[in-house]
Write a protein that binds this ligand. Structure first.
Ligand SMILES: [Zn+2]
Length: 173
């Protein structure tokens, strides 16, 4: 699960510090109390707790509270919520796909002009306003075939759809 780049991105956003990913790993591996996690990861207990609550807040972990009959202390048994991860990944992929579709539409419906030195790239109207001259270096900007870009965007959309099994119809405009 942690090999998935989208999962990594999601978890990094939640735990913020990359070092704290080991807390998540530990939780996934089945260690379920904050103290044990702190011990195994050698991360301070208060940080472990903070990260666990962040995961909880983001719907990526859940806990059960129980009272120790002898000490009367509460213990928290934590669990990683992989369903929560899947749901969020699907939402993220859907967003990503929508963004890509918007970019695709722009690419498909415009002609682009680029600076030979790579300073600028404009759609026709803008390029025309600039007099087909790069505002940065004054070189002529010229028509750029964008078929390659279009097919790359399509491939990217397809791979998101395939990897996260989001139906085409569900996100169709
Ligand atoms: Zn230029």
């Amino acid at each position: 699960m942690l090999n998935d780049p989208l999962v990594q991105e999601l978890l990094n956003e939640v735990v913020q510090d990359e070092e704290n990913i080991s807390i998540v790993e530990c939780l996934i591996d089945g260690t379920n109390t904050d103290e044990e996690i702190a011990e195994k990861t050698e991360i301070k207990l208060n940080i472990v707790r903070k990260v666990l609550y962040k995961l909880y807040d983001s719907g990526l972990a859940s806990y059960k509270r129980s009272k120790d009959p002898e000490t009367q202390w509460y213990t928290y048994s934590w669990k990683f919520d992989s369903n929560g991860v899947n749901t969020q990944i699907q939402e993220k992929s859907a967003d990503e796909i929508n963004n890509l579709r918007e970019i695709l539409e722009i690419e498909e419906n415009n002609m682009f002009f680029v600076c030979p030195e790579g300073h600028s790239r404009f759609a026709f109207d803008q390029a025309s306003e600039m007099g087909f001259i790069c505002p940065e270096c004054g070189n002529d900007i010229s028509f750029q075939e964008n078929d390659g870009i279009i097919s790359r965007i399509k491939e990217e959309i397809a791979s998101y759809e395939k990897a996260y099994s989001i139906g085409r119809t569900e996100n169709a405009k």
